[in-house]
Design a binder for this molecule. Structure first.
Ligand SMILES: NC(=O)c1ccc[n+]([C@@H]2O[C@H](COP(=O)([O-])OP(=O)(O)OC[C@H]3O[C@@H](n4cnc5c(N)ncnc54)[C@H](OP(=O)(O)O)[C@@H]3O)[C@@H](O)[C@H]2O)c1
Length: 321
């Protein structure tokens, strides 16, 4: 296996910055592609930063020239740009890239039953396209790929009133509160990316998705830890939400308002937020990866309960994780 040394990282969101830090720390030579260098600027001593409208067809020739000097591409672009990655992926293959990690980083990317949910139509469409593409091109084109299922972003789950409203000590239980959801911090996702690049030819990584998480947590686990960390606090825990009912209702409203075409997953979209939260908490889809994880193959240790307790304790002190 030819080792990957030079990596092009595409996109500078919070996950992009975490991946950049993880790749630098792991010793890769990184070229960071961004439409605006602001968020990468402070890393300019360690990485080459290239400003480029990388999803614009007019940039394809320059994108390909940039990729010719790289071994791998890691794309961390926004949910709105999932399908727009196709030309970028083709440019990487034509430039002789060995391995690509396209942007998906999803919770339900390993469950095709979730493909009717907003955002997941595109994630599954992209994965289907990658699978078809790699079987079609395997003789002439050696580029391989991995997509990452990392469960929910831990910061979204703990910093926002998703399972528990820490500042106001309030929670509304999704069903019994015991359904488990795989969750992962940004640094762990970055470690998984590094693990994939170091093992890209292995059966665990080649032309497939991987499941990684820090831990599968339930609402009750988080609430119990919050009460233990701050015994003087009083939590108002409201009656159970019928998760399946909330999911079906929000899906029906979504379809009535927005049709069934391709979906855009925008931040601050409360309907999509309710829909996706009820979907991941419903137990209807594969959102708990326990028993089907590639952490070990990628060299990514799981959290202990003490690790999770540490994060919950931070939230009870008003700190963000
Ligand atoms: N599992 C979860 O809980 C979860 C939650 C949210 C997102 N995700 C996944 O994480 C990945 C990154 O998502 P994110 O929410 O971190 O993305 P984001 O912050 O919204 O965007 C990441 C970067 O994408 C680039 N970009 C390219 N085209 C864009 C467009 N049309 N609109 C906005 N940004 C665009 C921008 O980088 P430049 O300006 O540098 O070009 C931007 O900083 C995606 O694969 C997404 O599916 C997972």
């Amino acid at each position: 296996m030819a080792a990957i040394r030079r990596v092009a990282l595409v996109g500078s969101g919070a996950l992009g910055v975490a991946c950049l830090e993880g790749l630098i720390k792991a010793g890769f030579k990184v070229t960071a592609l961004t439409r605006s260098r602001t968020k990468f600027e402070k890393y300019s001593k360690d990485v080459e930063i290239k400003e480029l409208e990388y999803l614009d067809p007019s940039s394809l020739a320059e994108l390909k020239r940039t990729f010719e000097y790289q071994d791998a591409v890691v794309s961390v672009v926004a949910p709105a740009a999932i399908m727009a990655q196709q030309p970028l992926i083709e440019a990487a293959a034509e430039a002789g890239i060995k391995h690509i990690i396209p942007s998906t980083f999803a919770s339900m990317g390993g469950d095709s039953a979730a493909r009717h949910l907003p955002g997941y139509d595109q994630i599954h469409e992209l994965q289907d396209w990658l699978i078809a593409r790699s079987s079609r091109t395997q003789d002439t084109n050696r580029m391989t790929w991995t997509t990452v299922n990392n469960g929910a972003f831990m910061d979204l789950v703990l910093n926002y009133p998703f399972l528990a409203d820490f500042p106001n000590h309030r929670a509304t239980l999704w069903d019994s509160g015991d359904n488990k959801l795989s969750c992962t911090t940004y640094p762990t996702i970055a470690r998984a990316v590094v693990g994939i690049l170091r093992n890209y030819t292995s059966a665990a990584c080649k032309n497939r998705w991987v499941n990684v998480h820090d831990i599968a947590l339930s609402q009750n686990m988080v609430l119990d830890m919050a009460k233990k960390a701050d015994p003087s606090s009083h939590w108002d825990v409201d009656a159970h939400l019928d998760t399946a009912k909330v999911l079906d209702q929000s899906l029906a409203t979504y379809r009535a308002q927005r049709g069934s075409g391709n979906t855009v997953w925008a931040h601050g979209d409360t309907l999509v937020h309710t829909l996706l939260t009820s979907a991941v908490m419903s137990g209807r889809y594969k959102t708990n990866y326990e028993g089907d994880l590639q952490n070990e193959e990628l060299g990514v240790p799981e959290f202990t309960l003490e690790d999770l307790y540490g994060l919950v304790t931070m939230r009870t002190r008003g700190e963000m994780v």
